[in-house]
Structure formats: structure tokens, C-alpha cells
Design a protein. Structure first.
Ligand SMILES: Cc1cc2nc3c(=O)[nH]c(=O)nc-3n(C[C@H](O)[C@H](O)[C@H](O)COP(=O)(O)O)c2cc1C
Length: 163
């Protein structure tokens, strides 16, 4: 493999010019505890069948749980939920404590007042570099709307005009 003409700081900076939304992706571990993390690698893959993707760092303490779980949930955060994004990306014994959420029929946690919700079957995983790419088959989804929380150039951002 050829050595790239850039370091990881430059790659990070270039990738940071791609603005994204922010999600919390969650599931239940083997002790029936809810676990989850802030994720901005979420994206759409296919409408028929309905597929989404996201990638998880191989250094994540949740890697084994997400590899094994049958389903996971996705909450697309709203602009007023920046504190939730911070909470789900930093160390907390129980990230769901003090965060308003509800539990679905599949037993998955969804964050209240989010812009959209998805419940996905854990369909495929692909090992690539320092991340694992997860492909989820969407079994349930809903769009509540509202102003989304954005991530751009390593910082939180908001829409200039919300539709
Ligand atoms: C805006 C934002 C987006 C993130 N996106 C991802 C992601 O797509 N995949 C990932 O593995 N980690 C992502 N992270 C980092 C994880 O949220 C964070 O490393 C993890 O929650 C730390 O958990 P742990 O160190 O306790 O395992 C993101 C963090 C932030 C703030």
C-alpha cells in the first residue's frame, strides 16, 4: 500500500468539512442495561430493502455488545440536545440516567424529543481499518421533525434556517 501524502490530522480536517447530523445509537447489553454512544457516521444505504449504516471504533468498549445484539435503536438528535450528544460521548457510569427516554416493544431505548427514531435489525458487519461498519435493516421508524443538531469542522452547528 502506498504511503498517503497527508497525516491523520489533515484527513480529519478534510472529513470535518462534511456536515452531518448527530445520532445516539443504543442497545441492551447482556445484563439488560441500556448502552449507547454519540454517532455521526450514520447514513442511508437503501430504500428497498430499508437499510442504514454507521461505523463503530474498534476501540469502543461497546464493540462486543453491538457485534452480538440482534437489534439497536437510533435517535436523531435535535438542536436543543447538544448536552445529550456530549453525555453519550464522554465517560458516565449510566449514560441514560437523567436523559428522558422511552422503551420500545423490542425493549430498546429511544431518546424523547429527538427529530427521528429508527429500530434496526443488526443485519451485517464489515471489518474495515480501525472501525466496524454496521448495516441495519430498518424495522420501525418515525419522523418527529424539528431543528436538527449538526456537526461540522469538529464542532456543533445549527441550521441557518430550519424548515
Ligand atoms: C459528534 C460525535 C460523533 C461521533 N461519531 C462516532 C462514530 O460515528 N463512531 C464511533 O465509534 N464513535 C463516534 N464518536 C465517539 C463516541 O461517541 C465516543 O468515543 C464514545 O462514546 C466513547 O465511549 P467509551 O470511550 O466510553 O467507549 C462520536 C463523538 C462525537 C462527539
Amino acid at each position: 500500500m502506498r504511503t498517503p501524502h497527508f497525516d491523520s490530522a489533515r484527513l480529519r480536517q478534510a472529513l470535518g468539512q462534511f456536515a452531518t447530523g448527530i445520532t445516539v445509537i443504543a442497545t441492551r447489553d447482556e445484563h439488560e442495561h441500556f448502552i449507547g454512544l454519540t454517532v455521526n457516521s450514520f447514513n442511508s444505504v437503501s430504500l428497498e430493502p430499508p437499510l442504514i449504516l454507521w461505523s463503530l471504533s474498534k476501540r469502543s468498549r461497546y464493540l462486543a455488545t453491538f457485534r452480538q445484539c440482534s437489534h439497536y435503536s437510533i435517535s436523531v438528535l435535535a438542536a436543543h440536545q447538544q448536552d445529550i450528544s456530549q453525555r453519550f460521548s464522554t465517560r458516565h457510569a449510566d449514560r441514560f440516567q437523567q436523559v428522558e427516554h422511552h422503551v420500545t416493544e423490542l425493549g430498546l431505548p429511544l431518546i424523547n424529543d429527538a427529530c427521528a427514531h429508527f429500530e434496526c435489525r443488526n443485519r451485517h458487519q464489515y471489518d474495515e481499518g480501525d472501525h466496524v461498519i454496521f448495516i441495519g435493516l430498518v424495522e420501525h421508524c418515525s419522523a418527529q421533525g424539528g431543528e436538527p443538531l449538526l456537526y461540522f469542522n469538529s464542532g456543533y452547528a445549527r441550521l441557518l434556517s430550519a424548515t
